[in-house]
Design a binder for this molecule. Structure first.
Ligand code: NDP
Length: 352
């Protein structure tokens, strides 16, 4: 018997789709990826600290709630409670990315979602039932599919950048910024969007932080107003305008600086830093689809009906960042996950 619905991805879109599909008695099967950097278990929120803007989660004694809701067997995966955030002697902070994802996962499990830690590596949508090919669990037949595989961080594409990955080059300050190799070092964040500002602020707020250079190729940030103010007013963040990275410099073992090129007059200068964090946008995780669904020029899946999550193949729906290069928020992903589950439910009802 084919599955009713297979959900690919374990970020906010995947879990929200699973919650809705499970509550509709569709007993969804969700593939939680394993291969970094593409199929990150729990999605990009696994790389995030506090999430201040997910509605319904104001700062509070979050950990007590998380521990009461999430099965004890997964408490090991919860990040440490942020230090120095207390009110009346108890922790008081905004929900952290992993906590939020573990809560969503628990909610999906509570309603009967089946979860498999495996990667979908290919699909066959040319006949019915639809087929998804997994790395470790063979071929799974299903009547409907929800693609919720998200998007991953981009790099600059320099040879020297590749050479120093994990030796001072990273695309995730939140994951790596607190490592000893970066401690008390001047560091550079590349980019001018919300991610770049967020990464720079995170690094600048670490204990013993030195100067954090925010290197941007233009003379104006793309980030939202509130984030811009955060960067511009932070005493430890220094803006380096109109500059691109020409080369990552190092001693063979670790980064020692950057060669920057002015985007105005082409002049070169060296910036002494112990690390470079790249925050220049994302690429959707759609390569496993082999072009079998319509995509836009950047590789994001196309919704083929307005305000519906339908893709170019009937029975296949897309939710979250894999189909959104515009909003890319945890809450919008969760919303489209819900939509995809409702769309799948109606599709299945019409089939029978
Ligand atoms: P964005 O696409 O918004 O910004 C990417 C930045 O990188 C731009 O400033 C761009 O420059 C720069 N850039 C792109 N390619 C290169 C390159 N090759 N070399 C140098 N610089 C480059 O991506 P983000 O990841 O910052 O944000 C994505 C979405 O997620 C946005 O909608 C954002 O609002 C949202 N977000 C929200 C957050 C929050 O609200 N807390 C936190 C993080 C993200 P240029 O400006 O010149 O194009």
């Amino acid at each position: 018997m084919p599955e009713n619905v297979v959900i690919i991805g374990s970020g906010p879109a995947g879990w929200s789709a699973a919650i809705y599909a499970a509550r509709a008695n569709l007993t969804p099967l969700l593939f939680e990826g394993t291969v970094k950097p593409e199929m990150i278990p729990l999605g990009q929120l696994a790389y995030t600290t506090e999430v201040e803007n997910f509605a319904g989660f104001p700062a509070g004694n979050i950990r007590a709630f998380v521990e009461s809701a999430v099965d004890k067997s997964r408490h090991w995966n919860l990040p440490p409670v942020p230090k120095g955030h207390e009110r009346d002697g108890v922790p008081h902070y905004a929900v952290q990315g992993v906590e939020l994802m573990e809560l969503m996962k628990q909610q999906a499990l509570n309603f009967g979602t089946r979860v498999i830690g495996d990667d979908v590596i290919d699909v066959d949508f040319s006949s019915r039932p639809l087929q998804v090919v997994t790395a470790a669990n063979g071929i799974v037949s299903t009547q409907a599919v929800i693609v919720a595989t998200g998007a991953r961080a981009n790099y600059l594409g320099l040879e020297s950048e590749e050479k120093y990955k994990n030796k001072g080059v990273s695309a995730c300050a939140v994951c790596d910024g607190a490592l000893p190799m970066y401690r008390a070092q001047p560091l550079a964040v590349i980019g001018g969007g919300d991610s770049a500002v967020e990464e720079a602020s995170y690094l600048a707020n670490l204990q013993n932080a030195a100067t954090i250079y925010l290197v941007h190729r233009r003379d104006k940030l793309r980030a939202s107003q509130i984030m811009q103010e955060r960067a511009l007013n932070h005493p430890k963040i220094e803006l380096v305008w109109n500059s691109g990275v020409e080369e990552v410099l190092g001693d063979g073992n670790r980064v020692t600086g950057l060669r920057l090129k002015s985007t105005v007059d082409g002049s070169l200068r060296e910036l002494k830093v112990g690390g470079m964090f790249v925050a220049i946008g994302h690429t959707p995780n759609t390569s496993f689809l082999g072009g079998k669904l319509d995509m836009n020029e950047k590789g994001y899946l196309r919704w083929t009906l307005p305000f519906r999550t339908n893709t170019s193949v009937p029975g296949v729906f897309a939710a979250g960042d894999v189909a959104d290069d515009y909003y890319r928020q945890a809450i919008t992903s969760a919303g489209t996950g819900c939509m995809a589950a409702l769309d799948a439910e109606r599709y299945l009802a019409e089939m029978h």
